[in-house]
Design a protein around this ligand. Sequence first.
Ligand code: ZN
Ligand code: ZN
Length: 251
Amino acid sequence: MLTDTHCHLFYSDLKKDIEGVIKRANELGVTRFICVGTNLDDSAECFDLAKRFDSVFGTAGIHPHDAKDAPENYIEKLSELLSKAKMAAVGEIGLDYFRNISEPEIQRTVFREQLELSASLNMPIVFHNREADEDTVRMLEKHGPGKGIAHCFSSTIETAERFMELGYHISFSGNLTFKNSHLPEVAAQIPLDRILVETDSPYMSPEPYRGKPNEPGRTRYVAEKLADIHAVSLETIAEITSANAATLFGY
Ligand SMILES: [Zn+2]
Ligand SMILES: [Zn+2]
């Protein structure tokens, strides 16, 4: 049994055939899904999907790209959603200085406010970090809840070690399978009790589907790669990463 700890099931490609998406995932051994919100509307959709499917859990949060559009009362709205059953984490939050779709300063304010929210609710976070290692570490240190996931990890081992020292888990996505990636070397140095797997569907399709729309079932290919890297069986990876997710999200 594998857990996809990060998918966006509310995007139309996935939503229009949600039953098929879940069925195909189950056939590949992927049986749990964390549907991750990026703004208030799609976080509410995560909650709807969690109500509809036993195997789906939701998160609520404002993505750094969406930070500029967060309404004034967004913290109140997020806490309301997060008080519901099967809402498991604050996310997707973080910093993205690669695309800078929201101004960096707005990104930092919205990240900080949501870190404070997660700490006050004692909930884990799911965070996104692109070209923002230093600020992410600094803000987690100062404001973070000390539990959660560095999602779609793509930084260096030094950054992974700093995240782990602060209590966070490291989640690998399809880019672990890309040719010439530095990530296998990073993943080899992360202890299995700190590792998670995800797809970030509909993005980040692993090999051999690179560049195509992604589905949660492909968590399996990320897990297979990780099994190779750590020289253990796929079953071992599945068991350990699913147990890590269950502990972290509290289900
Ligand atoms: Zn992300
Ligand atoms: Zn995402």
